[in-house]
Design a binder for this molecule. Sequence first.
Ligand code: LLP
Length: 429
Amino acid sequence: SDCLTVNQKGHLSIGGCDTVELAHQYGTPLMAMDEDTIRAHCRAFRQSIDRCYDGNGLVLYASKAFSCKAIYRLAKEESLGVDVVSGGELYTALQAGFPAERIYFHGNNKTRGELEMALDNGVGRIVVDNLTELQTLDKLAGEKGKKADILFRIKPGIDAHTHQFIRTGQIDSKFGLALENGEAMEGVKKALTYQNINLCGMHCHIGSQIHDISPFELAGEVMMGFLHQVKEQTGHVMQELNLGGGFGVKYTDEDHPIPYEDYMERVSTAVKAKAKEYGLPVPFILLEPGRSIIATAGITLYTVGAVKEIKDVRNYVSIDGGMTDNPRYALYQSSYDILVANRANEPKDYTATIAGKCCESGDLIQENASIQKPQPGDILAVQATGAYNYSMASNYNRIPRPAVVFVSGGKSREVIRRESYEDLCRNDV
Ligand code: LLP
């Protein structure tokens, strides 16, 4: 990624900081994120949505990709909204001083407590997933003398050709109400009868790490078709359309992500054409990029421990982290580019399986990776780990979560401290 260079010492550098020095200063495993890259992505999305929808749009950072106070502050500074999916993400955003009216609250099974928290704090929109939630929300809002502004999560039934574990836009999905079987229209009609619900519009999200514009374009058209049906059948004109996230990023040379501009251009053209065809206003458009804001801004640094060369089988390079800070290979066989940070200029002529330190054979970061030949004590850098790494980290084997630093212009600052052993025992009785 653009934020990575190799310095005069032959060390990998991120945001002008020598990664070997970062590793020594903060310890490993360490996640380093280039703040300028994150901000550049925020601005590119914002400018593009403004241009294509004439200022009638808002970019929500999907904070499930990486959530902590610092990132909510950054999103606020960049004038983004945020998407949260749990009381914990909502709490963190509020603690960071994020404006509640720009928070969109998702989730397929929000608890009563979470819904109350959303209402009490005045979040911008609650994205209602199902009819049980709709009913609970109406009742809670009534008790509080409030009216809940909602969007409905709709399944547009689109197969976005991505890894099936992270495909969320099909009929066989736990998320949202389907169009095909009439569920969605039934929900709309119910919502319109509830006293304490204000139905503002619709939401869909068709999947993640998508490298093709067509499914997004189709989703925009299908959703506009639904807004048309809603108007025909109920007379109500929906003012908002949230088209979700899912834009692919470049993990390795195999990935060819679409430029945001092209995406925005084609989808806005399709949405506007449908609005014209149906005689509807162009709705206020929301997008929810997570991965594409943050993934390529981050790297994870590890210290190499044992190197096991099993003759005629494979080479294992063990590191001081693993599936506890990056479960994505174990879960999805995700690819990553990896290098030895202190020999960044040497040829990658060694093949190794990068193994973590958990008591679990599947605790691997990558199999058969091409890297520089490492020695114990070297610093290993795994690229593009900004999204869904720290946010999916665990304490399996009571391994503390790493520290996270933001880097910019040759300076670094800690945004999440490394967990201590004491932290691990904090709630043990
Ligand atoms: N909006 C909704 C409603 C979502 O469900 C998601 C992601 C997003 C936005 C953001 O999508 P993005 O732009 O980041 O692709 N753990 C998986 C990814 C799960 C994505 C779930 N939903 C991974 O590590 O690849």
